[in-house]
Ligand binder design. Structure first.
Ligand code: GDP
Ligand code: MG
Length: 246
């Protein structure tokens, strides 16, 4: 079973990879770890496959590139090796219960670079976990944005993707859950928004039930391990039923 953690820089991908991996291992599963971030210095887990064995962003910076250029260049250099990486990940998948993929720090390098897109093409049965943190949810339209972003990842990478609110130990989640768990409630609330963005969000959210099965949102904390059992269940159900996460 392959899980890929995807999200903006700082959304908690690396910490969750380490903590959820530890949790699975404590529950008797064998777990392999894949690091796809060329820019990370220190990892809280021991990767079985690590892109930094081929290239790191900081060595490219030492050659004179700026941070953004170095990141993009590092993935350019990895493109010719994408099939090797897919092969190595497939091999890990064959011998472990779970393969956890920690994706690049900056989400766009995964979603917009040939390396990330081609790599995931090799694993159409993987489950994507789209992590977003509570601080991005400030107004009703933000909830619509977050739910749709999960779908956009699905569309782009060709893998079923569940939205997951990360770092729930840092916020009071009850209020947020009202919107995230109940699209009808969210849609009704959006209808009251007078702005053009409100109208756009209202129209988009009205189509959500048609576009996607009522995917449940995960609520996770890598600090308290809250939601880990739920993530395990969703992964298991995905593996068994291939896609039905209602
Ligand atoms: P990444 O860039 O998506 O890989 O994010 P990281 O895993 O490196 O985490 C970014 C920051 O958020 C670090 O300081 C983590 O310690 C912190 N963090 C990650 N997950 C959690 C969590 O569940 N709760 C809290 N409170 N902090 C977290
Ligand atoms: Mg990271």
């Amino acid at each position: 079973m392959i899980l890929a953690f995807i999200g903006t820089a700082g959304s908690g991908k690396t910490t969750l990879t380490a903590e959820f991996g530890k949790y699975l291992e404590e529950n008797g599963y064998s777990v392999s770890y894949v690091n796809l971030d060329t820019g990370v210095r220190k990892l809280p887990y021991r990767p079985d496959v690590d892109v930094r064995d081929d290239v790191t962003a900081w060595e490219l910076m030492e050659e004179g590139l700026g941070p953004n250029g170095a990141i993009v260049r590092s993935y350019d250099l990895l493109v010719p090796k994408v099939n090797d990486y897919a092969e190595r990940i497939r091999e890990l998948d064959g011998r472990s219960d779970y393969v956890l993929i920690d994706t690049p720090g900056q989400m766009e390098t995964f979603l917009f670079h040939e390396f990330g897109v081609k790599l995931m093409e090799a694993f159409p049965d993987a489950l994507g976990v789209y992590l977003f943190s509570p601080e991005i949810l400030r107004k009703p339209t933000d909830f619509c944005f977050a739910l749709f972003f999960g779908l956009m990842i699905d569309l782009r990478l060709g893998i079923t993707t569940v939205p997951a609110l990360s770092k729930i130990d840092t916020a009071s989640v009850d209020e947020l859950r009202k919107y995230l768990d109940d699209v009808e409630y969210l849609t009704a609330r959006l209808k009251l928004e007078p702005s053009t963005q409100g109208l756009l969000a209202y129209k988009l959210c009205s189509t959500l039930p048609e576009l996607a099965p009522p995917t449940r949102v995960l609520y996770l904390s890598a600090k308290t391990r809250e939601g880990f059992d739920e993530l395990e269940t969703v992964a298991y159900e995905h593996y068994c039923t291939c896609g039905d996460l209602t």
